[in-house]
Design a binder for this molecule. Sequence first.
Ligand SMILES: Cc1cc2nc3c(=O)[nH]c(=O)nc-3n(C[C@H](O)[C@H](O)[C@H](O)COP(=O)(O)OP(=O)(O)OC[C@H]3O[C@@H](n4cnc5c(N)ncnc54)[C@H](O)[C@@H]3O)c2cc1C
Length: 340
Amino acid sequence: MAAERPQSRLNAEVAGAGVVGLACATELLARGVRVTIHERGPRVGAEACSWYAGGMLAPWCEGESAEEPVVRLGQQAADWWERHACSVTRNGTLVVAPSRDRSELRRFGQRTSHFEELDGEAIAGLEPDLAGRFARGLFFAEEAHLDPRTAIVALADRLVSNGAAIHVNSAVEPADLDADVVLDCRGLAASDALPDLRGVKGEMLLLRSGDISLSRPVRLLHPRIPLYIVPRADGLFMVGATMIESGERRRISARAMLELLGAAYALHPAFAEAEVVEIGTDARPAFPDNLPRLTRRGRVIHVNGLYRHGFLLSPAMARMAAEAALNPQSTPEMLHDLAA
Ligand SMILES: Cc1cc2nc3c(=O)[nH]c(=O)nc-3n(C[C@H](O)[C@H](O)[C@H](O)COP(=O)(O)OP(=O)(O)OC[C@H]3O[C@@H](n4cnc5c(N)ncnc54)[C@H](O)[C@@H]3O)c2cc1C
């Protein structure tokens, strides 16, 4: 017999069908709430920062520059995505540096945990196409990755088949929605309600090459511009991503293009012949401490500030948002209560 869904009399409206809005809707629906999602774009992902993500679920690597909650809460992500959306590739993360930047590898290792040190032979064992290219590396075996576009489309489809409604071309003002509970998941567009939200621009490329294959994300360290390459299906590689203090969402600079292509070429010269399939740019929504936040103002809960961790932290943030929405007395971690 199918497990019965817990029943709740509440109805919720969610503004924004990026990764955060869809994850929150999933957690609310699982608790028996009736859920309607409003998305201003013509389809899920069309106007979302989430569309441009690398899809790395790399809590320990992120610990190099992120605070402790990112590392801890991010460890829930891979299982959650597998349960609610799509398969996740659990092949770990490889971190390498050209020999002139060996000190970067040491520094990265000092600031992170859950890795093993590799020599050139072990690197070639993991990624045969990188044989002879790097003498040292770090391997974070417990990390994972997914294709973010597949994941958010699968999450949206699952929501609809489980009874949620998704309205596209529906730009809403969360404070005007009259549901029992309103979740504002508008990403950077919510800066009208969250004045300390800022944009951190990220530029990325999609390349296609049949001459190289990788089994896992590879991070290439560099003192100024650490970059990464994430393999996807059909010979596609996502090369990302710049980090620029700017809310500008559309234009890629010549410098960024040079740096991204340079990183791909430094990883393997076969990328010189790759097809440039797509150039993508968006701005990550971030608070000053680069940590995500739930901001409760009466009926409205703003879920925002996912910065470079939308896929890594949405599962944990969505659980906390659902808890805060269903139980106004609760004070989950990351919650900031404001007067309505
Ligand atoms: C290049 C790049 C690489 C990245 N790589 C990774 C990675 O590897 N791993 C990771 O975890 N994170 C990564 N990120 C970060 C991640 O993409 C963001 O943290 C995440 O997308 C933020 O999600 P969000 O749902 O808050 O915002 P968004 O994805 O922007 O979603 C907000 C949605 O709200 C909609 N909206 C706005 N206003 C309204 C309105 N008035 N009414 C209705 N709808 C509205 C928008 O159209 C949009 O669809 C990366 C980001 C970039 C730019």
